[in-house]
Design a protein around this ligand. Structure first.
Ligand code: FAD
Length: 271
């Protein structure tokens, strides 16, 4: 049996450990897996910290992937809610409930389906993030800024900047005016660096195909009632899964599975 040492009990380390333990030959495990974690917490930056009886996410996490295998993996660990939760009822929210799924008011091992609301507070007004094409967006921006944003976007169609930074990546897709409004300060606050000092590859994996054209396509899909889930950009989703007790709950559940598979060993995860 091969020995494998994994460094870090974050999502990647735990998932790798679980997959290796499931990789069997003649019904016997092929790998002896040990996960080393330097903190006392499970889940890496996707953990949920417990403090004075409260659970706090290190960063708000949405569970959504375009990869079916990833979604199935999460769903197998934590089943999707089958009945409305208290707030769904109270607010009259319609959810794609899973028939036979758990009732979140009675059970804890459950993935909730949540509506996404992300907004940027700018010019003392709330703007949808990512940008949506609706009247409110334009009235918030005002006529002059809207015209400037339109022309600066049109310019990017004809003049492309060399994509050697995240700043140029955004400008090429949104124009300089919208970049200045929605991405420059936001990115600097979130990642601690000005976008001119961040590699363009980072943008490619953060916002993928989101651009003005993707926003326009999304607008028309909605207008004509078309649902094109396969091609939905990760940053444009309107619903996502969220474990009842925060993202850390999913990784704690996975850690327990990894430990349970280690019946022959004292401990698989060493914190
Ligand atoms: C603000 C924010 C919001 C996010 N939102 C989302 C979201 O909505 N949806 C989503 O899917 N993703 C989101 N992410 C990204 C997600 O958190 C990461 O992709 C994911 O946590 C990466 O997992 P990882 O296991 O590779 O690394 P990490 O989560 O960083 O885990 C690494 C682990 O290794 C441990 N470690 C490091 N070095 C050592 C060492 N030398 N010895 C022992 N242990 C070590 C660390 O303590 C940690 O526990 C977000 C991230 C942030 C910061």
């Amino acid at each position: 049996m091969k020995k494998v040492v994994i460094i870090g009990a974050g999502p990647a380390g735990l998932t790798a450990g679980y997959e290796l333990l499931n990789n069997k030959e003649d019904n016997k495990e092929k790998y002896e897996v040990i996960i080393l974690e330097e903190t006392n917490e499970i889940g890496g930056i996707s953990r949920t910290v417990k403090y004075n009886g409260n659970r706090m996410d290190i960063g708000g996490h949405r569970f959504f992937s375009k990869d079916k295998e990833v979604m199935e993996f999460w769903e197998n660990l934590m089943p999707i809610q089958g009945e409305n939760s208290f707030d769904d009822e109270k607010l009259g929210r319609e959810k794609p409930l899973k028939s036979g799924g758990p009732n979140p008011e009675k059970e804890d091992n459950v993935m909730l389906v949540r509506n996404r609301v992300s907004r940027i507070y700018f010019l003392k007004k709330f703007f949808d993030y990512p940008i949506t094409l609706k009247l409110q967006t334009f009235t918030n921006m005002g006529l002059i800024r809207t015209i400037k944003a339109g022309f600066s976007y049109l310019k990017t169609i004809f003049v492309k900047k060399k994509e050697d930074s995240l700043e140029n990546f955004y400008i090429n897709r949104f124009g300089k005016v919208l970049y200045g409004m929605f991405f420059e300060k936001y990115t600097e606050k979130l990642w601690g660096r000005h976008p001119s000092n961040i590699s363009a590859d980072w943008g490619a994996q953060r916002v993928k195909g989101v651009s003005i054209s993707a926003v326009i396509k999304d607008f028309f899909n909605k207008l004509f009632g078309r649902k094109n889930k396969e091609n939905t950009e990760t940053s444009l989703i309107e619903q996502f899964w969220y474990p009842k007790y925060g993202p850390g709950q999913l990784w704690e559940t996975l850690a327990k599975e990894v430990e349970d598979k280690g019946r022959n060993y004292k401990k698989r995860i060493l914190c």
